[in-house]
Design a protein around this ligand. Structure first.
Ligand SMILES: [Zn+2]
Length: 200
């Protein structure tokens, strides 16, 4: 594999990038400005060196604690569980939520070897035990895995004195929060429903 083929193969592994787009990008790098290529390469390299997970919520940050966890004007009684850091950005962009977040960085997926340990559920429970959270909003995506993850979290917290809610289906079923628009997310948040079950 030559240099160009290698780059095309690497680019086509990115989400949403097919072989054709990867090839278009690679040729554009080849014909384009070398300084731009260097800057791009540099920022990809720095990404992992500079950005890590917030010690409290798991959101990506350049500091020990992210800006949201460090904020003093947010409501500590609300905690919103999301799958990915991008979901935090999406919810923040609506301006409707003033509580805190917990980023799982994934969903339960036994076939891929992702279980409660991998998602750090003990950390979530520990966080709830040591905080003043009154409402836990489960904002995992309305997919099969997102729903199972929400159900599992509800199960492990069933004995906690806590209102557990699930975001409404304002999001398209099987949809990904990443692709939903602000309005849908805002509606999903506002229309959240009690998720605590009596039969458990
Ligand atoms: Zn944080």
């Amino acid at each position: 594999m030559n240099t160009l083929e290698n780059l095309i193969s690497l680019l086509s592994r990115l989400p949403g990038v097919g072989k054709k787009s990867a090839s278009r990008m690679a040729y554009s790098f080849l014909k384009g400005d070398e300084e731009y290529n260097l800057k791009l390469g540099q920022s990809i390299m720095e990404l992992k060196q500079r950005i890590h997970k917030c010690h409290i919520c798991g959101n990506f940050t350049e500091n020990d604690i992210c800006d949201i966890c460090a904020a003093t004007d947010r409501d500590i009684t609300f905690l919103c569980v999301v799958e990915e850091s991008q979901d935090v950005q999406m919810i923040e962009s609506t301006g409707d939520f003033k509580g805190f977040y917990h980023v799982l960085h994934g969903v339960l997926s036994p076939l891929d070897g992702v279980g409660p340990t991998e998602l750090g559920f003990d950390k979530l429970v520990d966080r709830i035990d040591h905080s003043s959270v009154k409402e836990l909003i489960l904002a995992t995506n309305p997919t099969l895995e997102g729903d199972s993850t929400a159900l599992y979290i509800r199960h492990i917290l069933k004995d906690h004195d806590l209102v557990i809610t699930r975001i409404a289906s304002g999001l398209p079923v099987g949809g990904d929060m990443e692709y939903a628009d602000k309005m849908s997310i805002s509606r999903a948040l506002k229309g959240r429903m009690k998720f605590s079950s009596d039969d458990e």
